[in-house]
Write a protein that binds this ligand. Structure first.
Ligand code: NAP
Length: 302
């Protein structure tokens, strides 16, 4: 993560908080709209994004998400689910097994801003392992913004592992401030860790992400869930019709080779329509937000 955890797509120079007014960074035009007349808006840091759709002025990543209350969209039986991925022009999710070379600083800023707005963050075990996830919302500023938005100081971390093979050595599990829910087919965690881990056993026939999402909504009150990939887990969620919105950054790069595509090899039935909600641009990278339409019938194809 460009995250408070270890960034999947950490950009050079990225820190928990966007860098102080670096070269080429413009202050967000829309920030002024969000503040009462006569009061100067607080200085906003980080890269300036150009909004292409709908047409408007430049804005910061945090301003792009200001006022977005997707928690209200949560259905009764699961959280509202948004996914955030970075893709090359040819749809690849990594370069040499890592995403750090794909995302730029604006993608990282949007990634961090999204994290500040959700109740919980879901990532696959291979992503946790590859990107060495650290504890979420480690910076006091990030926790303060979450509090101000009426959210828990730290988002809940959610892991789904059928095998139970989870990288317990990563910072996420080694930080006593972390709160993790692990859905697994295995009988236990495989050892004590400093983090608070709620192990929920999903028995045979119940090891679908839908079971985990239903439990998150019912038992943990999660209304807005951010899925950060990787491709295998996201593909499974999309195949089951469990993703409401896709935030995808298109990096101006062709990768080729054998790198996975952003939905992996999931049996996703298509074509499936998606509605463009916005398009932001920063130095040739496009940050697109799409709403995925409901499946007309059963979404799974084998
Ligand atoms: N481009 C991006 O935005 C982006 C984002 C994240 C990651 N990545 C990259 O993607 C790579 C890792 O991706 P990945 O696809 O191998 O792994 P992944 O999706 O992160 O993790 C796959 C694992 O998740 C678990 N899982 C739980 N429920 C599942 C289900 N219903 N279907 C499938 N898997 C389920 C399984 O763990 P068990 O085997 O324990 O059952 C599976 O092996 C890394 O190189 C990472 O850097 C890219």
């Amino acid at each position: 993560m460009r995250n408070d955890i270890a960034p999947a797509r950490e950009a050079p120079g990225w820190r928990d908080e966007p860098a102080v007014g670096g070269p080429g960074v413009r202050l967000a035009g829309l920030m002024a709209d969000a503040h009462p007349p006569g009061r100067a808006p607080p200085p906003e840091r980080g890269p300036a994004l150009r909004r292409l759709e709908p047409r408007d002025r430049s804005l910061s990543a945090r301003a792009a998400l200001a006022g977005l209350d997707l928690r209200e969209q949560a259905p009764e039986d699961r959280p509202y689910v948004v996914a955030n991925m970075v893709s090359s022009l040819d749809g690849r999710a990594s370069i040499a097994g890592a995403t750090s070379a794909l995302g730029d600083e604006a993608d990282a800023a949007l990634f961090a801003a999204l994290r500040e707005r959700v109740d919980a963050i879901l990532a696959g075990t291979a992503t946790l392992r590859a990107d060495r996830y650290r504890a979420l919302a480690r910076s006091p500023e990030s926790r303060a913004r979450r509090r101000a938005a009426g959210l828990a100081e730290r988002p809940l971390a959610v892991v789904i592992s059928r095998s139970g093979s989870v990288p317990l050595d990563i910072g996420l599990f080694q930080d006593p401030g972390s709160e993790v829910v692990l859905y697994t087919g295995a009988r236990g965690l495989g050892g004590p860790v400093p983090a608070g881990v709620d192990v929920v056993r999903l028995g045979p026939g119940r090891q679908s992400p839908a079971e985990a999402l239903a439990d998150l909504r019912r038992r943990r009150g999660v209304r807005l869930l951010l899925c950060e990939g990787g491709p295998t887990l996201l593909g499974a969620l999309v195949a089951e019709g469990l993703v409401d919105e896709l935030f995808v950054t298109i990096a101006p790069t062709i990768v080729g080779g054998v790198e996975p595509q952003i939905l992996g090899r999931a049996a996703v039935r298509g074509p499936r329509p998606a509605e463009l909600i916005w398009a932001l641009e920063h130095r040739g990278s496009l940050m697109l937000r799409y709403r995925l339409d409901a499946w007309p019938e059963s979404p799974i194809s084998d």
